[in-house]
Design a protein. Sequence first.
Length: 163
Amino acid sequence: MIKIPIENLGLFEQLDRIVVAFFSKQQPSSPYDLNISITQEHLDQKKQELEPLGYQAVQLPLGMALDNIIQQPHYKNLILGGLAPDEIIVSKEELMPLKDIVDSFCIMYAAANNRLENSRAYELMKDKTVYFIGKLFTDIPKAGDEIAYLGIDRIASDGWYTI
């Protein structure tokens, strides 16, 4: 296993990337690492290694896998396979600076996929810092002006939706 500084991994840009994480089927008695596979080759290798030990492979966005590591006390490290010839290990402490970003991603992802009501998502997001991509609104609105808001448009195989 190799250690690579978290800022060199580009995790922020890949939060919506679908990965496979291996979760223990039993309640863990001691902290353990969360293994995540990015490539099919690494997934096949890890399935053979971890499924006999009682782990279940689950497909989910990378952001949600990171949220599990950050939020759950029984995880100590992220083991990331498929980005380099050897597995990459990242400690839970190194992931903590991403906590707010990952949390915001999970809220927006859940709302965009109708797993969280928009009003609840608003309540959870209203005190967070939001980053804009593209040109910022520069006009000065006057009384009676109408302002529309459009988030990120994402195109998927089954249509489109707006975050």
